[in-house]
Design a protein around this ligand. Structure first.
Ligand code: NAP
Length: 434
């Protein structure tokens, strides 16, 4: 029997478990550990609540979770309840699937002012992550600035811009919906330090901005390269830039009260304000020969009481695990970190790609585990972990427990929503017995 521990129950973790099942069949046992009592990582607390079709992938993970060879072990904190070193002693292979939950820091003066939040916190807030449920971002408006030109910036801008009726069928948590209902935001400026051809926004997500009930996207046509320059782009990027061209041509719908302004060639250089964010000081940029943004020295202020920095993420280091500080992820050679220790997903390659990108990662790691570990090593695996956690009084949560939490969250849903989300660990644990 091969014993495998996967740390993290998001897409990378579940695809790895599925791949190990396929690779080893009945001769393996996979334990998926998570700090939270609820599984699925970014599917639950990262994917936007109005993108339910993407969240549907969790049904596939559920199938994996309900087999004998795979087990969810929630409410277990690595480093506090059990260390990676201990897991390496108990399991033949330990796979780090911890994602990249920390914001890449916004390195400008004023970034610590109240009103400046990272996307991990903001997205966690509207998705009910226990770490961020109390964020209470300032939404009184009228200005908000979203920094970054990736899909997370689009998610944040869209959630800020939607009216309540557009959250029908979404699993946005009630506290966020209530606060958004009282929002006074009228202008959402999306800052891109480079230009329209350098955006990291995918066409479907960008197109959604053109379909909002009360918000209109605004692009200055002067920022767009000549149309024939689009021929050099790959088809997806060309489509995205096509949306920007359509936004520029359409102009703002005067009847829509919220403006989503794309400000390209614009990098934040400071956040200013008395005791809280009041404006973002922005510097005009131009691209150098290698395509990087270079400041021109020309600056201007954008009024904003809310600034959401969506500039990427980092994997938090774990003591004793080699770490690549520049890249913000575990140091690894195609997923191998140390003998018997592997990394997958964003913890391996950094915060890029879609949920599906994690699938090949999982399969590649299962193959490496098979190659590195041809036979049974006799390590204790599951029973070893259970006795260690029992000794330490850890109240572990099983997948069956999660199903009870799930049922309780569905029962608590407001009208038109698929579920409410419990935002404290205590509430989640209580739901196991209710
Ligand atoms: P991302 O795609 O890497 O975009 C980050 C953006 O931040 C880039 O535009 C980058 O500009 C900018 N940036 C970085 N540092 C900056 C700085 N110091 N100042 C100003 N701008 C800065 O990251 P993401 O949006 O966080 O998304 C992470 C991954 O999740 C992506 O693969 C994304 O596609 C995926 N995702 C997908 C969906 C979806 O499919 N619906 C939704 C959300 C996220 P430069 O290009 O100039 O570096």
């Amino acid at each position: 029997m091969r014993h495998i521990a996967v740390i993290g129950s998001g897409p990378a973790g579940y695809y790895t478990a599925e791949a190990c099942q396929k690779q080893f069949g009945e001769s393996c046992r996979v334990d998926i550990l998570d700090r939270l009592p609820v599984p699925f990582g970014l599917i639950r607390s990262g994917v936007a609540p109005d993108h339910q079709s993407i969240k549907g992938v969790s049904r596939r993970y559920e199938k994996v979770a309900l087999t004998d060879s795979v087990r969810f072990v929630g409410n277990v904190t690595i480093g506090a309840d059990v260390s990676v070193e201990e897991l390496r002693g108990l399991y033949d292979a330990v796979v780090l699937a911890t994602g990249a939950p920390n914001d890449r820091p916004l390195d400008v003066p004023g970034a610590a002012l109240p009103g400046v939040v990272g996307s991990a916190a903001f997205v966690g807030w509207y998705n009910g992550h226990p770490d961020f449920a109390d964020l209470a971002p300032p939404l009184e408006g009228p200005g908000a600035v979203v920094i970054g030109n990736g899909n997370v910036a689009l998610d944040v801008a869209r959630i800020l811009a939607k009216d309540e009726s557009e959250f029908e069928g979404a699993d946005i948590v009630a506290h966020a919906l209530a606060e958004l209902r009282g929002s006074g935001i009228e202008t959402i400026t999306i800052l891109g330090r480079r230009g329209p051809h350098q955006i990291a926004m995918t066409p479907k997500e960008l197109g959604e901005l053109g379909e909002l009930a009360r918000a209109a996207p605004i692009v200055d046509s002067a920022d767009l390269p000549p149309p024939d320059a689009d021929a050099a782009l790959d088809p997806g990027q060309r489509k995205s830039v096509g949306h920007l061209r359509a936004f520029a041509a359409g102009g703002a719908d005067a009847n829509k009260p919220i403006r989503i302004v794309f400000d390209f060639f614009a990098q934040p250089v400071a956040i200013e304000g008395e005791d809280r964010a009041e404006r973002v000081l922005v510097e005009r940029t131009r691209l150098d020969a290698s395509g990087r943004a270079q400041g021109t020295g020309e600056t201007y202020p954008i009024p904003a009481s809310l600034v959401v920095s969506c500039i990427g993420y980092r994997t938090p280091p774990i003591e004793g695990v080699p770490y690549d500080d520049r890249a913000g992820r575990f140091a690894n050679d195609e997923g191998r970190v140390l003998p018997g220790l592997y990394a997958v997903g964003w913890a391996r390659r950094g915060p890029t790609g879609t949920i599906g990108t994690n699938r090949p990662d999982g399969f590649a790691i299962a193959e490496k585990i098979a190659a590195d570990m041809p036979g049974d090593s006799g390590k204790p695996g599951r029973p070893g972990l259970d006795s260690l956690l029992a000794e330490r009084g850890v109240d572990l949560v099983t997948f069956r427990d999660w199903q009870k939490i799930d049922t309780a969250e569905i029962a608590a849903a407001r009208a038109g929503a698929p579920r409410e989300k419990f935002t404290t660990i205590e509430r989640m644990l209580d739901a196991r017995t209710s």
